[in-house]
Write a protein that binds this ligand. Structure first.
Ligand code: PLP
Length: 364
């Protein structure tokens, strides 16, 4: 049997007619940028999360860049960020000329709240937390620290659409929540897309201007903005998918539960779930001593896996100017050598889950 890491057409086919109708309707409307579909999606997504404002943009990275910019953070300012994250989180900081300060992860792969305070200096302006792999970070503690030190709080929710901490949606804890709608995300579009959410009307107004050349009124440019608009076709598709996000997430949970109950091998460390945290299983990450050996073993059986992520941002070539040497963040670097993401996607069949679980149990 062949099991791919992701099979995106299966989730398209689940609601195919709804998607097709939405796209045709949009194309027939004659309005393709910043129109009714985007407006409707912004309203729907804000309502889904339980917050006041949503601003659609071009990508998750743009959302992150604009979040830092809208908070007035730039050169000379420090932002606390998990060392264990996708590089986009860090680019959101460095694109603004600000300095990322890395903090090691806890056993749930998320920002270790107990290590934040030692990273705070008089230059620290914000904490940029990530709800990695689909599981909410320790938001009780992180919000407490942000309050105590009067720091801004931004959430990277690119992997956590619909995940809650203590019943509250990720993205609504801090000043700004940033989302990506890249096709493989839990709420994936059929192309690039992203959004920012906030409860602050002033921030919302700034973000709306920033994404559209710094103007509120066409051709009256108040601030230096960029072009980062969610397009109408993607918004129309996202409006359809959002109505199914709960069922899509619970299907992911079923697959994860299957793995958690069927994979039983001393060589393999399964993911843990934090008390009060929801997990929407953007990816199912296991750990093992000889990761490459396991990955090859599975590949020989036709099972594709991925590594999220093989090189932590502080070790990326593009950040060699930071001068951080190997060994500086041992927990993160250790994870990077041991983690492996198993196939988990909407539309995955029971035979496929069984085949993957059996293969993992056969591994020695
Ligand atoms: C996908 C992702 C992003 C970037 O989103 P794009 O839409 O691809 O720009 C940012 N942060 C995390 C954690 C992600 O997984």
């Amino acid at each position: 049997m062949k099991v791919n890491f992701n099979v995106l057409d299966r989730q398209f086919n689940m609601y195919k007619q709804e998607y097709l109708d939405a796209v045709v309707h949009c194309l027939e409307s004659g309005w393709y940028v910043l129109g009714k579909n985007v407006e409707q999606f912004e309203k729907n997504f804000a309502q889904f999360l339980g917050c006041k404002y949503c601003i659609g943009v071009n990508s998750g990275l743009d959302a992150l860049i604009l979040s830092i910019r809208a908070l007035g953070i730039g050169k000379g300012d420090e932002v606390i960020v998990p060392a264990n994250t996708y590089i986009a989180t860090v680019l959101g900081i460095t694109e603004n000329g600000a300095t990322p300060v890395f903090v090691e992860p806890d056993e749930y792969y998320n920002l270790d709240a107990d290590r934040i305070e030692e990273a705070i200096t008089e230059r620290t302006k914000a904490i940029l937390v990530v709800h990695l792999y689909g599981q909410a970070a320790n938001m009780n503690k992180i919000c407490e620290i942000a309050d105590k030190y009067n720091l801004k709080l931004v959430e990277d929710c690119a992997q956590s659409h619909g995940a809650c901490f203590d019943g509250k949606m990720t993205g609504t804890f801090g000043d700004i929540g940033c989302f990506s709608f890249y096709p493989t995300k839990n709420l994936g579009a059929f192309g690039d897309g992203g959004a920012l959410v906030t409860n602050n009307s002033k921030i919302a107004k700034t973000l709306k201007m920033l994404r559209n050349y710094g103007s509120e009124k066409k051709y009256y440019n108040e601030i230096e903005g960029i072009n980062s608009r969610l397009d109408e076709v993607q918004a129309a598709l996202l409006n359809v998918k959002l109505t199914h996000l709960k069922e899509l997430n619970s299907e992911r949970e079923k697959i994860a539960k299957y793995y958690l109950t069927h994979i039983d091998n001393e060589q393999i460390i399964l993911p843990q779930i934090r008390e009060k945290a929801d997990h929407v299983w953007h990816v199912f990450v296991v750990r093992t001593q000889e990761r490459d050996k396991l990955q090859n073993f599975l590949a020989e059986k036709g099972i594709s896996t991925q590594i999220h992520y093989p090189i932590p941002p502080h070790m990326a070539q593009c950040y060699s100017w930071m001068g951080i040497s190997k060994g500086r963040y041992p927990v993160t670097e250790g994870y990077a050598d041991q983690i492996l993401s198993l196939p988990l996607y909407n539309g995955m069949r029971i035979e496929e889950m069984e085949y993957v679980s059996d293969a993992l149990n056969d591994y020695m």
